[in-house]
Design a protein around this ligand. Structure first.
Ligand code: ADE
Length: 334
């Protein structure tokens, strides 16, 4: 199996690092124009009415800024944010404890919200809809439940795939926002902003090269900025130029179009073992020893958006660009 040097999950060190680079208000946030513009209106409307913002669901590939946007919503509304995740809330009582501690208007951010278990999800329904929780009383034999009112709050849920959410949960979000992969220009602006925050010397070409290879994902762009800074410091004069960035990223096995080891393995297996496809997701994932969900959520969006592969009803197919990228001859089938 290929080494997963460039997966998009977060290390603890990166969480701290990302925190320092995170924009705090909508005006500082680069990209996601559609999500930003709709949020601006809903936040402003809630503020004017002195009302609680409706529950918001962000979905899209990892590393695009779902947590950042949740933090921005809280900052813009001037409220506190409590952060948790689907797998972290194991028992209904764990969620009840979180809910009863929220202040009026606070934001509760639940990452990987599709991974809440069913019992916990059942607690969330009345909490989202009526701002109350039903707690079963153990004393006595009646099993009667007591209704506890909550302060009105905004749930911000994040998921890599909205399709994995149960319908009752999805239906309780008033705002559903799809986050898209970023353009190279947007990533370049983010990299220059981050370099300013971190006081890293970088020129325009350096930022562009990093942006081109960051597969549409700010988390990767910021991760690369840090690694390339180390490389520039040790091997060159500390300034990230286009040449330094290209050298450093080659060194990290990220190629000129941002493909990492796993991307390349997906594509070469599709060509060499499956004649370019069509091949089903499960077969493909098993062939490279990856989880199908990871292939679908993490790797495919970039490969599809950039024309390396295409989804068809019969499976995934490799496109002409991939053959050219690998220096292979493309033979069109009739
Ligand atoms: N850092 C990470 N993502 C960002 C974004 N979208 N805008 C500004 N800075 C960022």
């Amino acid at each position: 199996m290929a080494a997963k040097v460039l997966n998009t999950g977060r290390t603890e060190e990166e969480k701290v690092f990302e925190q320092s680079l995170r924009p705090r208000f909508l005006d500082e946030y680069i990209g996601q124009e559609k999500a930003k513009n709709t949020l601006k209106i809903y936040i402003e409307a809630a503020r004017q009415r002195k009302d609680t913002l409706d529950h918001v669901l962000f979905y899209g590939p990892p590393g695009l800024g779902k947590t950042t946007l949740a933090g921005i919503i809280a900052n813009e509304l001037g409220v506190k944010m409590k952060v948790t995740s689907g797998p972290a809330i194991e028992r209904p009582i764990d969620l009840v404890k979180v809910l009863i501690n929220l202040g009026p208007g606070d934001v509760l951010f639940i990452d990987e919200v599709h991974r809440l278990n069913r019992q916990v999800e059942e607690v969330l329904y009345p909490a989202m809809e009526d701002f109350c929780v039903d707690v079963v009383q153990h004393e006595g034999s009646s099993g009667a439940s007591r209704r506890i009112p909550l302060a009105p709050f905004t749930l911000v849920g994040a998921t890599t795939r909205a399709g994995l959410l149960t319908a009752p949960l999805r239906d309780r979000f008033g705002v559903i926002s799809h986050l898209e992969l970023y353009s190279v220009e947007e990533l370049k602006t983010i990299i220059l902003r981050s370099a300013g925050v971190l006081k890293v010397a970088i020129d325009d070409e350096g930022a562009l090269e990093l942006a081109r290879r960051s597969r549409g994902t700010p988390r990767l762009a910021n991760r690369f900025l840090k690694r390339v800074r180390d490389y520039a410091q040790v091997r060159c004069d500390g300034v990230i130029t286009g040449k330094t960035a290209a050298e450093a990223l080659d060194f990290l096995d990220v190629d000129s179009l941002g493909l990492d080891n796993v991307d390349r393995e997906i594509l070469t297996v599709m060509i060499e073992r499956f004649g370019g496809g069509p091949v089903g997701l499960d077969t493909l994932s098993a062939s490279i020893g990856e989880d199908a969900g990871t292939v679908e959520d993490v790797y495919e969006p970039y490969l599809i958006k950039n024309g390396f592969i295409m989804r068809t009803p019969r499976g995934r197919v490799v496109l002409e660009k991939t053959y050219h990228h690998f220096g292979l001859e493309y033979v069109k089938e009739d």
